[in-house]
Design a protein around this ligand. Structure first.
Ligand code: ADP
Ligand code: MG
Length: 343
């Protein structure tokens, strides 16, 4: 454990910014001017620019009781990059702004930035600016991501077509179960601080919550195989609510097969301990940061090359609504909470 504690006030605002950004080496040709001037300069070289931002507030979006700062820094960047990939684009820069209270030391901010820079390296993006302000109490994080895409190659949510395959990357529901474990351990700890956390064997689901990854690999796969989804979005609020967005915005319905929804073995085992249904967790959990997309049936042969992609259903006319076909063959309308409420 690092016992040192340097007060932020000992560096001052400019000293702090210098300290936090002193090792930045710009990686992208499009990053013309980074940290240190009044604003950054970005040259997308004739490509279209993608912009997206997210605000994360302590106590609302994260709980520092069980979120290591390094993971939080990493995740704050990744969740933004996920939105850029969901447009079929490649992220290139981020801007990171913080509201910090004096309960943070310089060392704890260093930890947070370690995570930020780890994500920047992993995804090849440059931190080119930000803002630093003091906050009365909570920790506030705002990340803006910039991305690039060849003109017209971005993929929206409202352009799915009838008959398209409905697909999702990776597996779903794990982060939600990870959250259930951490919330449970927090409750037990608050009631009895002497009890050690019992998270043995749950590293997969907890990792999926605390250190998610964005699906850079899927966008690269599309590029390599010259595939282009007809519509795409990332899964941050649970599969069912995202599917309903896709259907509504594309003015279509869909059929989703329960037995095709990807849920990992680790998640199934973990869900079992809470006496819950894995499908309900996949449908109504959240924070999976997988990609949900539709693609023409002709592309099926290429899709199967990638075992990280599951075909989970297909798009229908709007009049047919959005339905889940259960393992037992029953048909349920998909609702925003999933077909089986979690609570
Ligand atoms: P201004 O007064 O013009 O807003 P600042 O003093 O806030 O400028 O910022 C100086 C430089 O440091 C700018 O390039 C800004 O983008 C960058 N910056 C400020 N805070 C952060 C931060 N938390 N992380 C990264 N860069 C930052
Ligand atoms: Mg400023």
């Amino acid at each position: 454990m690092n016992q040192e504690r340097t007060e932020i006030s000992s560096l001052g605002e400019f000293g702090l910014i210098d300290h936090l950004t002193r090792n930045i080496e710009l990686q992208n040709a499009s990053s013309v001017v980074g940290v240190g001037d009044d604003a950054a300069v970005i040259d997308p070289f004739g490509r279209q620019m993608i912009l997206t931002t997210d605000l994360l507030i302590e106590g609302v979006h994260f709980d520092l009781a069980y979120t290591p700062l390094k993971h939080l820094g990493y995740k704050s960047v990744v969740v933004n990059l996920s939105d850029v990939y969901a447009m079929n684009a490649v992220p290139s820069q981020i801007i990171l702004s913080l509201g910090i209270s004096n309960r943070f030391s310089v060392e704890s901010l260093d930890e947070f930035y370690e995570g930020v820079y780890a994500a920047c390296r992993r995804y090849g993006v440059d931190l080119v600016g930000g803002d630093t302000a003091s906050s009365q109490k909570g920790f506030i994080i705002s990340v803006t991501a910039v991305g690039e895409v060849a003109p017209g190659q971005f993929v929206r949510r409202n352009t799915a077509r009838k008959g398209d395959l409905l697909c999702v990357s990776g597996d779903l529901g794990a982060a939600y179960v990870g959250l259930l474990f951490l919330e449970r351990e927090k409750r037990i700890f608050l009631e009895n601080p002497a009890i050690q956390p019992d998270l043995e064997g749950e590293s997969y689901v907890i990792g999926r919550l605390l250190k998610p990854e964005a699906r850079k690999d899927i966008i690269e796969f599309f590029e390599r195989e010259q595939l282009r989804p007809t519509a795409m979005m990332d899964v941050s609020d649970g599969l069912s609510s995202e599917i309903l967005h896709l259907c509504r915005q594309s003015q279509l319905g869909c059929v989703l097969y329960e037995d095709k929804i990807p849920v990992s073995e680790e998640t199934r085992r973990a869900v079992f301990k809470f006496e819950m249904d894995p499908t309900a967790c996949a449908l109504s959990g959240g924070e999976d940061y997988e990609l949900l997309f539709t693609i023409a049936q002709e592309d099926h042969d290429k899709l199967v090359l990638n075992e990280q992609i599951s075909v989970i259903g297909y798009m229908t006319e709007a009049e047919q609504g959005a339905h889940l076909i259960t393992r037992g063959g029953n048909r349920h309308p998909i609702t925003a909470q999933g077909w089986n409420h979690l609570k």
